[in-house]
Design a protein around this ligand. Structure first.
Ligand code: AGP
Length: 608
C-alpha cells in the first residue's frame, strides 16, 4: 500500500525522499510525489508511474532544493492512478501525503463545499483532508491537526507541511503504520524501517493518534489532547544489507535463499533442552492446556500457513482448529468465547482485516496469540501473546521466507501443545523437535539441489493460460500456497484442488497439455494421489510431480518430476514449499514479469 516518507536535516531533502521511497517500492504503488521547502516555499513534484518517472520529470522541470519535506508512493484507492491524483495534495496553506482511507471523506467534502471550499482538483480522499486542515488552520499546526483528528474517520497515516512553518514536518497516524527515525542532527518519518535504515537504525513507533513534530533535527511528540509525551527509542536489529538484494537479481530469490537462516533464527531461541519452550512469548504448558477450540485467522499466504498449522495441531494435540480468512471471519458473527484461542498470523502485523479480527475477538474475551514478523506492529502490540517470527525484512511482495517461518512456528506450537496435553510423550516431542532443528539444513540442500530443475520445468509453464495444483492432506494445504505464489507473480490462472475432489467437477477443465502440478509428499496418501495424477494424465494433462527421492513414480505418469529430500511426512511441507516457490519465481522471471512488484498488488494491505 502507499508509502510515506519525510525528512528534516542537512542533506538534500529531495534525494533523501526519493532514496527512502525507493526502499518502500515493495509496498506497491502506481504514482509518486514529493513536497520540499525551497527557499521557504513548498515546491511539489509528482507523477503517475514509477519513481524513475518522477525523477525524470524533476530532471526536466527542476528538482525541489531544500532540507525539509515529505514524499509518497501511492497505491490508488480513490481515483485512478494519474498525475493529478498523485500525492502530495494541498489546501491553500497545507500540503499532505497520506496512507490509508478516510471513510467519511464524502461528508467532509460536502461540509467544505457548504462552507465555500470548492477548489478540489483530484478524486482523492486525501485532498479533502488537506482542505479540511486548511479550513481549520489558525496558525497553530498541532491544534489544527488535533481538531481534524476528531473529525476524520478511517485508518490513515499523514505527513503534513504548513506553508508558514518552513523546515518543519508534522506526522500523525491512526491505524496505518508510521515510524519516526532519529539520526544525528536529522529526523525522518516513514511507513516502514527499510526506508530509513541507510541513515539510522534508531526509531520511534508512533502510536494511535499521536502527533510528531520534526524540526531542527529533533522530534517532539504529543497526544491527541495536546499533552507532550516521551517515547521509547527503539533500534532496528538488522542493517542496510538486509534490505538490499545482496547480489541476487530479485528480493524474492534472495529471500528464498534466506529461509534456512530465517527458520534457524526463529526456532533456536524457542527450544530448551531439546523441547519447545515458548515461555518468552508468554505461552506456558498451562496456557496451552486451557483452550476448548482454536481459530487461526489470517489473509493470503499467512492463512495458508494456518492451514498447515490446522493439520499438524489437530493431528498431534487433538484440538479442533478452524482456519478462516480474516475478511470473511470478521463479518460472520463467529461463535467465539473466553474458552477459545484465536491465532492471528501476519507477516506485516498491519493487515487491516486481520487487525479487525483481533479487535473483534478481544471484545468477545477470547485469548489472542499473534504470530508476526514485524516488531512493534499493531497486531503484535494488541494481542495477548506474541510469537515473533525472525525472518528479517521481507521485501518481495510474494511472501516466501515469512511463510516458511510461520510454518516453523506452527510446528513448535503443535509440539508443545501436544506434549502439554499429554497427547505425545516427552520422547516423541524431543524426536519431533530434533527433526525440526534439522530442517534448515535440509531446506538449504533442497534449494541447491533443485533450483536448476525448477528453472527448467518453469519454461514448460510460461505458455499456459491456466493450471491446477493438486494434493491431499498436508499436500493439499501446501498446494494452496503453491497456487497463490504462482498466480500472483506469473499471472497464470491457477487453482489449488483437493486431489480427491477433482472427479466431482473440476476434472472437466483438463484439456490436452494443461499443466497439473501434483504435490505428493505424504507417504500415507501417496497411492491415492498417484491415482489422481493418472486420471488427469489420461485426459491429456501435462503433469509435474513434486515428491520425495524415494517415491515410486515414473515418467509414464509424470511428464516432469521434482524430487526433494525425504523427512517425516508431517514436516514435509517445509521442504516441499521450496520447489513451489522456485517454480513460481522462475515462471515469473521467464515471462519477463516484475517479480518483486507484481501488478496491482501491495506488500502490506492496510486498507480493507
Ligand atoms: C502473498 O505472497 C502475499 N504477500 C499476501 O497473500 C500476504 O500473505 C497477505 O496479504 C497477508 O499479509 P500479512 O502476512 O502481512 O498479514
Amino acid at each position: 500500500m502507499c508509502g510515506i516518507v519525510g525528512y528534516v536535516g542537512p542533506r538534500d531533502c529531495s534525494d533523501v525522499l526519493i532514496e527512502a521511497l525507493t526502499k518502500l517500492e515493495y509496498r506497491g504503488y502506481d504514482s509518486a510525489g514529493i513536497a520540499v521547502f525551497e527557499n521557504g516555499r513548498i515546491k511539489v513534484a509528482k507523477s503517475k508511474g514509477r519513481l524513475t518517472d518522477l525523477v525524470e520529470k524533476m530532471n526536466k522541470e527542476g528538482k525541489p532544493k531544500g532540507h525539509a519535506g515529505i514524499g509518497h508512493t501511492r497505491w490508488a484507492t480513490h481515483g485512478e492512478p494519474s498525475d493529478v491524483n498523485s500525492h502530495p495534495h494541498s489546501g491553500r496553506r497545507v500540503t499532505i501525503v497520506h496512507n490509508g482511507i478516510i471513510e467519511n471523506y464524502k461528508e467532509i467534502k460536502q461540509f467544505l463545499i457548504d462552507n465555500d471550499r470548492t477548489e478540489f482538483l483530484s478524486d482523492t480522499d486525501t485532498e479533502v483532508v488537506a482542505q479540511l486542515l486548511d479550513f481549520y488552520y489558525d496558525g497553530d499546526p498541532v491544534r489544527c491537526i488535533r481538531r481534524v483528528l476528531h473529525e476524520i474517520r478511517g485508518s490513515f497515516a499523514l505527513g503534513i507541511v504548513f506553508a508558514d512553518r518552513p523546515e518543519t514536518v508534522y506526522a500523525v497516524r491512526c491505524e496505518s503504520p508510521l515510524i519516526v527515525g532519529q539520526g544525528k542532527g536529522e529526523v525522518f518519518i516513514a511507513s516502514d524501517v527499510p526506508a530509513i535504515i541507510k541513515y539510522t537504525k534508531d526509531y520511534y513507533l508512533l502510536d494511535h493518534k499521536e502527533i510528531a513534530v520534526l524540526r531542527n533535527g529533533t522530534v517532539q511528540f504529543c497526544s491527541l489532547h495536546g499533552r507532550i509525551i516521551e517515547k521509547e527509542l527503539l533500534t532496528a536489529d538488522w542493517d542496510e544489507d538486509s534490505a538490499e538484494k545482496g547480489g541476487y537479481p530479485h528480493f524474492m530469490i534472495k529471500e528464498i535463499h534466506e529461509q534456512p537462516t530465517a527458520v534457524k533464527t526463529t526456532i533456536t531461541p524457542r527450544i530448551e533442552n531439546g523441547l519447545p519452550d515458548l515461555s518468552e512469548c508468554g505461552i506456558t504448558p498451562e496456557t496451552l492446556r486451557g483452550f476448548k477450540n482454536i481459530f487461526i485467522v489470517a489473509c493470503g499466504t499467512a492463512m495458508h500457513a494456518g492451514m498447515v498449522g490446522k493439520y499438524v495441531i489437530e493431528k498431534l494435540a487433538r484440538v479442533s482448529v478452524t482456519v478462516d480468512i480474516a475478511s470473511e471471519f470478521r463479518y460472520r458473527d463467529p461463535l467465539i468465547d473466553e474458552n477459545d484461542l484465536v491465532i492471528i498470523i501476519s507477516q506485516s502485523g498491519e493487515t487491516a482485516d486481520s487487525k479487525a479480527v483481533l479487535s473483534l475477538v478481544k471484545q468477545r474475551n477470547a485469548k489472542t496469540l499473534a504470530v508476526v514478523n514485524v516488531k512493534g506492529s499493531s497486531i503484535a502490540r494488541e494481542a495477548d501473546m506474541v510469537i515473533y517470527t525472525h525472518a528479517g525484512p521481507e521485501i518481495a511482495v510474494a511472501s516466501t521466507k515469512a511463510y516458511m517461518v510461520q510454518l516453523s512456528v506452527m510446528y513448535l506450537l503443535a509440539f508443545e501443545m501436544a506434549f502439554a496435553k499429554g497427547r505425545i510423550s516427552e520422547e516423541e516431542c524431543r524426536r519431533l523437535t530434533l527433526e525440526l532443528v534439522r530442517v534448515p539444513d535440509i531446506i538449504d540442500q533442497t534449494i541447491k539441489r533443485i533450483e536448476n530443475v525448477c528453472r527448467y520445468v518453469s519454461t514448460k509453464l510460461i505458455t499456459a493460460d491456466s493450471l491446477l495444483y493438486i494434493g491431499r492432506g498436508l499436500d493439499y494445504a501446501l498446494s494452496m500456497e503453491g497456487s497463490l505464489k504462482l498466480k500472483e507473480i506469473s499471472y497464470i490462472h491457477s487453482e489449488s484442488y483437493a486431489a480427491g475432489e477433482l472427479k466431482h467437477g473440476t476434472i472437466s477443465l483438463i484439456t490436452e497439455g494443461m499443466p497439473v502440478i501434483a504435490v505428493a509428499t505424504q507417504n500415507s496418501l501417496f497411492e491415492k494421489t498417484l491415482s489422481n495424477i493418472k486420471e488427469v494424465k489420461a485426459r491429456g494433462a501435462m503433469t509435474i510431480v513434486i515428491c520425495d527421492q524415494k517415491a515410486d513414480i515414473d515418467f509414464d505418469v509424470a511428464n516432469y518430476i521434482v524430487r526433494i529430500p525425504r523427512i517425516s511426512e508431517m514436516l514435509m511441507p517445509m521442504i516441499a514449499t521450496v520447489p513451489m516457490q522456485l517454480l513460481a519465481y522462475y515462471t515469473s522471471v521467464n515471462k519477463g514479469n516484475d517479480v518483486d512488484k507484481p501488478r496491482n498488488l501491495a506488500k502490506s494491505v492496510t486498507v480493507e
